[in-house]
Design a protein around this ligand. Structure first.
Ligand code: SAH
Length: 365
């Protein structure tokens, strides 16, 4: 381990952490606030340019801390405006971050882990295995980089990149706090969304410490089918998942759970499935996001035809559940949902090479 790695990374600290660090160095807490603001609001990492910090604090920071950012190693624009960045971490691991502009709304899709343990049947990230959690600095570092690349902070952040955010709880919560901080990216609770496959105990924990919007990868209206598609269901079945989500939004009448539902031809897309879904979500303030399946090499599923997706959607709408079909963005650069695959390990490198040979770049969401 190098000396640099034994020093704290300033990117790992939220506002409270920055204040505590500066106080620990013998300075006033408000200098910690200024330091935090320089880093996140102004994007300044050079201590010499932080002119309102005492010179002695600046040299202490230089000697005792590091600022370690994920490094952008690839920048892939798509014809529809979507941009995918491949970022390399200090240990050579690679992750992907996707920027999706849509009029005045700009959404950043952020990764929380290198790879994923969940093994959802229809997701490319699952194929690459799991390597490690990202640190808070590696999560907020994606937002820092994107903000500098674009010239302004994204209007929305979705924790929907590689990995299961609730399996990396502390780092994700800390990074989301910085996203929401007025001295940093100023995103309101409606504009930060965490998507989970359903780690039920951590949905309850999240409610205690955060108020971000909740999206849940449902994908099936009954346990038999969900056990197959989203294997974590075997541990936390629908009878536990649905009440946990209902509780998450219970305190605020305007809030809804967003349920993500990937449309798989002949698997989960019949009107009978729609009816089961309506019964399952009775009494839960809900909206449905129907996601046309994004194929990737070696995937065994086919996306439902548009007419079937539309009748499924209409059936939900008739029962009073607001449902929309998610536009597929960035699929030509493999940046759409479930297509992200950063480089994790040798096995994945082989997969990367195979995909590149087929004329496509690879990432992981
Ligand atoms: N681990 C988190 C974040 C995952 S990615 C979660 O499970 O919620 C965001 C969404 O894309 C999830 O709903 C995921 O199930 C979905 N997804 C994964 N692979 C997909 C694919 N190939 N096509 C469409 N959506 C996919």
């Amino acid at each position: 381990m190098t000396a640099a790695q034994t020093r704290p990374n300033l990117l790992d600290l939220d506002l409270t952490g920055c204040e505590a660090l500066v106080v620990g160095l013998g300075f006033k807490a408000f200098h910690g606030r200024n330091l935090f603001k320089w880093i996140h609001k102004h994007g300044v990492l050079d201590f010499d340019a932080m002119t309102d910090l005492p010179k002695s604090l600046r040299s202490a920071l230089r000697e005792r801390t590091v600022v370690q950012l994920p490094r952008i190693v690839q920048d892939q624009p798509s014809a529809d405006g979507t941009l995918k960045w491949v970022m390399e971490l200090w240990d050579g691991q690679r992750i992907e971050t996707v920027f999706i502009p849509d009029g005045r709304r700009t959404t950043l899709c952020v990764s929380s882990q290198v790879g994923c343990v969940l093994a959802c049947a229809f997701c490319a990230t699952a194929r690459q295995g799991f390597n490690r959690n990202l640190s808070a600095g590696e999560i907020i570092g994606q937002v820092w980089q994107a903000t500098r690349q674009i010239g302004s902070p994204p209007t929305n952040v979705v924790m929907m990149g590689m990995g299961e955010p609730l399996a990396n709880f502390e780092a994700v919560v800390k990074a989301m706090e910085t996203m929401q901080d007025d001295l940093a990216y100023m995103l309101s609770k409606q504009r930060v969304t965490l998507s989970t496959s359903g780690v039920v105990p951590n949905i309850y924990r999240l409610r205690e410490v955060s108020d971000v919007s909740l999206a849940v990868s449902l994908h099936a209206p009954n346990d038999a089918l969900r056990d197959q598609l989203v294997p974590i269901n075997r541990k936390y079945p629908l009878a536990e998942l649905v009440p946990a989500c209902r509780d998450y939004v219970a305190d605020d009448k305007r809030r809804k759970v967003t349920w993500e539902y990937v449309m798989l031809d002949g698997v989960n897309d019949s009107l009978a499935h729609a009816k089961q879904l309506i019964r399952l979500l009775e009494g839960v303030p809900s909206k449905l996001n129907l996601i046309p399946f994004n194929p990737f090499p070696g995937s065994n599923f086919v996306t439902s035809p548009p007419e079937r997706i539309e009748s499924f959607r209409q059936r939900l709408m008739r029962s009073g559940i607001f449902a929309m079909t998610r536009k597929t963005r960035g699929d030509e650069i493999a940046a759409a949902c479930g297509q992200l695959v950063g480089r994790v390990e040798d096995r994945t490198r082989r997969l990367d090479r195979a995909l590149v040979e087929r004329g496509r770049m690879v990432a992981s969401c």
